[in-house]
Write a protein that binds this ligand. Sequence first.
Ligand SMILES: [Zn+2]
Length: 304
Amino acid sequence: MSILSKPYLHNEKAAFAFLESILWADGPECPHCGSVNHAGKLKGKSTRLGCWKCYDCRKQFTVKVGTVFEHGRMPLHKMLQAAFLMCGSKKGISAHQLHRTLEITYKSAWFLAHRIREAMREGTLPGGLGGQNKVVEVDETYVGGKAKNAKRGAPIPEKEPVISLVERDGRMRSFHVLSVNRDTLAPILRTQIDRKSYLMTDESRLYKGIGKEFAGHGSVNHSIDEYVRGNFWHTNTVEGYFSILKRGITGVYQHCSQQHLKRYLAEFDFRYNERKVTDSERTVKALEGIRGKRLTYHGSSMVA
Ligand SMILES: [Zn+2]
C-alpha cells in the first residue's frame, strides 16, 4: 500500500485516532486539568469529531487543543498531508504547492506550513553539540537577497547571515544573526558546543580567539583550494548542509523574509537531524512537536 493511501491522510476520524496515538501514549490527556486517561469519547451526532469529555473537570477537549494545530481551520487529515509532504521532501515544499495539492487557499497553506515548521523547531535550546573526541564544524553563509524575488520596484532584499554548527555524524543547529562578528559568534559557540569538542572552521580571524576555548581548533583555508586536507581537516559536512539549504530557499521559498528565516532554518535543521529515519517516522517526529509550542513571531534562534 502506498503511504498516500493511509486512512489518516483521507479520513477525518482516522486522522484524529492517528494523532491521538502519537500524543497520548497513556490515554487521553485533558489539557484543562491535566488528568490522564480519565475521559470519555463523545459520540453524539452533533458533537465534533475527536471530542472527549474529562471526568475530572467535566470540560471537553480534542487532541488539537494546546497544539499549533488548534486554530487551523481545515480538516485535520489535510494538516497531516501537509506534515507528510514537508517531512518527506528534502528541499521542502512551497506554500504555493501546498495550496494547489491540498486545495486550500494560499493564505491557509502559508499559515499551515509555518505551524508545521514550529512543530519541527527544537522546543528548548539544548546545547551540547559535540563532546570528547567529537568534531564540530562551524561555518557561516548568506541566504536570500535574489533580485528576481524582489517585488516589482522594491529594493533587492539583503542577504541574511546564517551560522550553522554541525557535529560530524551527529546533530546540527542553525542561527540567523544580524551580522557575523565575534560578538555574535562567541555566545552561540559557547552555549551550543561542548568545550571538549574539536572545533573545525574556515581560517577566518573571527574564530581564532574563541577556538582556544575548545579542546582543539583546526581551520581550513578556502582561498588556496584547500578544501579537503586529509579526511579530518575539512568543513564539508556543514557546506553540504548549506547547499541543501540554499537550493531549498532559493528554489522553493521565494519570499523567505528576514522575519521568518529562523522558521525555515528550523525546518531544514529538523530534516537534517532526522535524516536517518523513514519519511513516515520523520512525520511522526514532527507531529510529536506540535505540543507545547505557540505560533509567535519572536524566537530563540534570532541572535541580535
Ligand atoms: Zn480535565
